[in-house]
Design a protein around this ligand. Structure first.
Ligand code: UDP
Ligand code: MG
Length: 333
């Protein structure tokens, strides 16, 4: 029997928090499943963790829900892990969430209710405020979304999280997108349907540290931008046009000065500055085009986005033999 909902959780080096997270998630998901008579499965994607995450995940009990564990052959990055989850999920509807405890599983009920009761296709969590984040990161994020949405036909909401549910038709739409360079937040808003933002406050990470260094964030942003929006190319064109316009005006001004007032041409510093500006802008634009060409190359090579090393499915016990709902410890074990 196909589940009604698959919950996809990418995990990378989450060994210390995973057993507790699994209990918490299972309790919330099972409450929803029992209340609405739904079948729910959980799909963990181990993204080539360097700690015991894969071993621990493969031991997790099926607490009234089917559990799939897909272990990738190495660390492919979160977006690839999400795609692996999408490919292995058997459910009609999908829910993506992080495995580090920052996305509260209690919100699953809200999402399911928005989907089932109010007919929304893509309820997604959006950060209520970012004041907890360092200033440079916030500014970076702001600039990133400005660029991403610059001249775009569909706006990608700022501050939205990967924490979201996709209804069966939204899931079907997402499955039809063929690209390899994936930016899930962008894609799942690009497909349209009825979207709904749900404000939330991400919990502090329960353990470990975020795997996003500034350089990694920069890399992901560049990938997201170039696979999603032609804005950088347009901006490059705009800068070129502005520079050319300024050069033309300045050139005309020199000619007028020379002809009307006989002022001699100023010396070479202006020439050198002009050369440097033009040279710099050209290199920048070549760099931006290079990013797009790299994207094209990787799409043409059509390599698989990930490889699966191990795949296990554990089925929930039949209804009569289910253990009573687990009591959650109030603090971390
Ligand atoms: N993650 C992953 N592969 C990676 C990096 C992260 O699957 O290469 C997972 C990670 O285990 C977590 C989620 O993606 O469940 C979000 O990662 P993280 O907490 O590091 O990001 P942040 O919350 O800072 O955006
Ligand atoms: Mg996190």
């Amino acid at each position: 029997m196909t589940p009604d909902l698959s919950i996809v959780v990418p995990v990378f080096n989450e060994a210390s928090g995973l057993p507790f997270f699994h209990q918490r998630l299972s309790a919330c998901a099972r409450a929803v499943a029992d209340a609405r008579g739904m079948r729910i499965e959980i799909v963990y994607v181990d993204d080539g963790s360097r700690d015991d995450t894969a071993a621990i995940a493969s031991e997790l009990p099926a607490l009234g829900l089917d559990v799939q564990v897909v272990a990738l052959s190495r660390n492919f990055g979160k977006e690839s892990a999400l795609l692996a989850g999408l490919d292995h999920a058997r459910g009609d509807a999908l829910l993506f969430m992080d495995g580090d405890g920052q996305h509260p599983p209690e919100m699953i009920e809200t999402f399911v209710s928005l989907w089932k009761d109010e007919g929304f296709d893509v309820p997604y969590a959006i950060k209520a405020d970012r004041s907890d984040e360092p200033m440079p990161r916030r500014m970076f994020v702001r600039v990133f979304y400005r660029l991403l949405n610059f001249g775009a036909s569909s706006r990608i909401p700022e501050d939205a999280a990967d924490f979201r549910l996709l209804s069966p038709r939204a899931t079907a739409a997402l499955r039809r997108l063929p690209e390899r360079n994936r930016f899930f937040k962008g894609l799942s808003s690009w497909i349209g349907f009825r979207q709904k933002a749900v404000p939330y406050r991400p919990a502090a990470r329960e353990h470990g540290s975020s795997s996003w260094s500034f350089l990694r964030l920069l890399g992901l942003s560049m990938e997201a931008l170039t696979s999603f929006s032609p804005a950088p190319l347009r901006l490059a064109g705009l800068v070129g046009a502005l520079l050319a316009g300024a050069a033309f005006l300045y050139g005309s001004w020199i000619v007028v000065e020379r002809l009307l007032w006989g002022i001699p041409l100023p010396g070479y510093p202006s020439v050198v500055v002009g050369l440097m500006v033009i040279g710099g802008v050209q290199l920048l634009v070549i760099g931006i085009m290079g990013e797009y060409i790299a994207r094209i190359l990787s799409e043409i090579k059509a390599r698989p986005v990930y490889f699966v090393a191990d795949h296990a499915v554990r089925h929930a016990e039949p209804a009569g033999e289910r253990p009573a709902a687990v009591d959650l410890p109030k603090v971390l074990p």
